[in-house]
Design a protein around this ligand. Structure first.
Ligand SMILES: [Zn+2]
Length: 96
């Protein structure tokens, strides 16, 4: 084992409240355009929130408005649909 014990940033999924390595979660960002975008580069500016890469967390986060609360945004219908479309490509349940 390396003696350099690098600190791995931990983030919390806004839906299931599980903590995970930042890299294992998907970052969403509330951009200055008032739109929530999926930030695969994790470098976009704006208020960010994290979700697990599983569909159930996205469903919970969107339906119960955890995401909106975390990002302090009101999702437009189009924006919400785009996020749901994205989550359709994720695996159904946790395979972590
Ligand atoms: Zn989660």
């Amino acid at each position: 084992m390396s003696r350099k014990n690098k600190h791995i940033p931990q983030r919390t999924c806004v839906a299931c409240r599980q903590r995970a390595n930042k890299k294992e979660l998907i970052r969403l960002v509330h951009t200055n355009k008032g739109v929530v975008e999926i930030d695969t580069s994790a470098r976009k500016l704006g208020r960010g929130a994290y979700l697990c890469p599983i569909r159930s967390c996205w469903a919970i986060g969107l339906e119960r408005n955890y995401l909106e609360r975390a990002l302090r945004v009101k999702l437009s219908a189009n924006n919400r649909r785009a996020l749901i479309n994205y989550s359709d490509n994720l695996s159904k349940e946790g395979q972590l």
